[in-house]
Design a protein around this ligand. Sequence first.
Ligand code: ACO
Length: 385
Amino acid sequence: MTASSPSPDGGEVIETRLSRVDGLAGELVIGGYRVEELAPQATFEEVAFLLWQGRLPDAGELESLHSRLAAARVLPEASLELLGRAAASRMPVMDALRLGVDSLGLTLTADSADEALAARLVAATPALVGAYWRLLQGEAPVVAPADLSHAAAYLFQIFGSAPRPEAARGLETYLNTVVDHGLNASTYTARVIASTRSDMVSAVVGALGALKGPLHGGAPGPAFDMVFDIIEKSNDSGRPLADEAEAWVRQAVAAGERIMGFGHRVYKVRDPRADVLGAAAERLYRGSDRQEFYRQAQTIEDVAVRVLGEMKPGRNLKTNVEFYTALLLHGVGLPTELFTPTFGVARVAGWTAHILEQMKFGRLIRPLEKYVGEGGRRWVPLAGR
Ligand code: ACO
């Protein structure tokens, strides 16, 4: 098996056993399981094992992975020191995370690219986000108790106490849902770096850089701000929420802006992850005093899809994963600044699996370019230009 081969049109096709995205049917399969089946039931540890090994773990294997992850949550002093300096200059969380992951290289003994290093990166990523968030708030980083699940430990690392089980389960469903998604921009970045036989840390650092942009992983914060802004405007003006949403979306699209949380390069129907996250958010909000907020967000979603359909006909701009990410992560208690880093906490398991797959089966990734520049120019010395 090779993980890349030439396509009939001369481009490169990358083979993977990790996930299959069908943008027309609105289907996502991770390690052979439909996302709707896997994400709400599995633990994140089981999903990471599935990606690395191609099958679910048995009880002993799961226990062993759990212990390895718990041990690797303790961050090196050098990394904590660096995060402290970053916090002093109020560096954005994604940049501090990139710096933190890179700093792990200070304490790695070998330039390995194996599952042990993958597990270390998966454990360290939430620990770095949690530690940095606490440093930004002027609080000391904490180490989560070893018996907590990966998802619960992440919340402990941020808030300094064990989370409600519903919040940990909501977060875990989110982490499972977005763990892998074909050749998205950050995964492709990781594979390109891995394909040069560079190292795993470099590939993850590169992937983080690709993830943070607003067209990829940076969308849920602005999507959430939009929901809040529209609700606030409706409260102030006394106009019905749907009318306020319609005016907001129309004005933004007319001004050439993009509505965050809508549209997708691959999905031309509703993103299946939006349904999984929507159901998880609904469970989390049900019966709480925030239930009304969830209904308001749905009203805004319906209006946005309708107005985008009208103003951008033929573009099939449907709700993507980021809209419900924002609702779910807010319900879990995370501040908007941590939405994109939390995406990284999930996707790092997918990235490492792709890196391992690329290193094992792949060849150098080198897309062909189509030159559209000038030709046949003659050199004119400076004085003559
Ligand atoms: N709001 C308004 N208009 C949009 C949107 C949107 N969310 N998305 C696309 N369009 C419009 C573009 O302006 C363009 O219009 P035009 O042809 O009249 O100029 C047309 O639709 C096609 O746009 P492209 O950029 O070619 O479409 P592409 O497939 O590259 O877009 C993308 C995909 C980047 C996700 C886009 O839909 C977008 O910017 N969405 C908002 C950001 C977002 O939610 N990102 C998260 C994506 S999911 C993820 O990465 C996990």
